[in-house]
Design a binder for this molecule. Sequence first.
Ligand SMILES: [Zn+2]
Length: 464
Amino acid sequence: MKIHFHGAARTVTGSMHLLEVNGARILLECGLFQGKRKETYKRNKNFPFDPASLDAVLLSHAHIDHSGNLPNLVKQGYTNKITATRATTHLVKLMLRDSGHIQESDAAYSNKKRAKKGLPPMEPLYTEKDALEVANYFQSVEYDAPIEIAEGVRATFMDAGHILGSAGIALDITEKGRKYRVWFSGDIGRRDLPLLRDPVLPTNADYLLMESTYGDKGHRAPQEAYTELRAVVQKTIARGGKVIIPSFAVGRTQELAVFLHQMMNKGEIPSVPVYVDSPLAINASQIFNEHPECMDAETLADVRNRGHAALDFKEITYTRSVAESKAINDYKKPAIIISASGMAEAGRILHHLRNNIGAPRNTILIVGWQAPYTLGRRLAERETDIKIFGEWFTRKAEVETIGGLSAHAGQEMLIEYASAIKDQVKKIFLVHGEDRGALPLKKELEMQGFKEVIYPEKNSIFEI
Ligand SMILES: [Zn+2]
């Protein structure tokens, strides 16, 4: 087998690995590369192979950095199946559609600027219509159920505990009479994340392709995030304020909702309205409710006891229409508002920030890593003069940050993951990591006796 590392090689976006085995060409992931606009456009548009030459695509989970270039792949001639778990195929359709919409708005914005400079308009990377087209190619599989992908290649999807539907993929290969197993980790989740099952560790694998995003450090426990969130909500409600949370629509929003439900259920915080104000988050929550196979034991027990969907409880309101979203501002009593985008760069969260930033009784709660130069980062750094929709505001609302909600394995978990196959694994390839994460992990694994730990460069090819 030959492995071509075409994406998420020495970086964390644009996941894309091409396998050649028994004359078949199998693509693992087709993620969007994210970075500076000019570079990303070119890189995402031009595949380093002919999409029409591929026999199969396997997708570990729905995140856009793993799935977001599928519309281009199909547009450029791919005609075979895209195989993923049932929950992933549901969720990814939603996310690609949203991504298509974003690509179109980005292009429209750029074209306004280009027109002023007398430049011709550019095409969006892909459109919402292109994204919808991908739906015709999906093939769903259940967890733990092997499926023949190509001659002598059987794939089994195992729960990765990272987001809804996420999987590690075991590839059992028979090649020229030789039998071996390649295990692709996808993105690895963590133990004890709310809602999701714990990651399944690899078994019997001869080769491991493993993510290394947080290979340099551990995370705080999800339980600490719970405690910190509780404290923020308690003090804000006590002073009559609102808690405004910019949050990614998929994953983080659902985790926050379930924590808040648990707190109210136990009487730890007063019963106040929780608004989830993001159409994408609402759709994602609905899809989650439809997939009990992805829920952990605690969530399943809760669903059984209450006879209610996991993400429905009496205090929560999902606001879909613009009118409903605007009406939240008329509610003057304490409330919790969760809205996208996660880094406060776009979306409905901007309206909530504008409406609430000026009052010291309110809290803006930052729940994840914020990229430099985003509004989320400026808030996390507690700047006082904040520009929203081109208008300056003096921030009087308090800002709090909590950690512990990462959906990625930390160093300890990654080492445990590799150690599960220590006696058998011949080579480990570290993907989906930058030097900062991957190099310390490589060193640590080598110190623990793993012989061949490889950190492949982009477009490098390995024969196994
Ligand atoms: Zn992911």
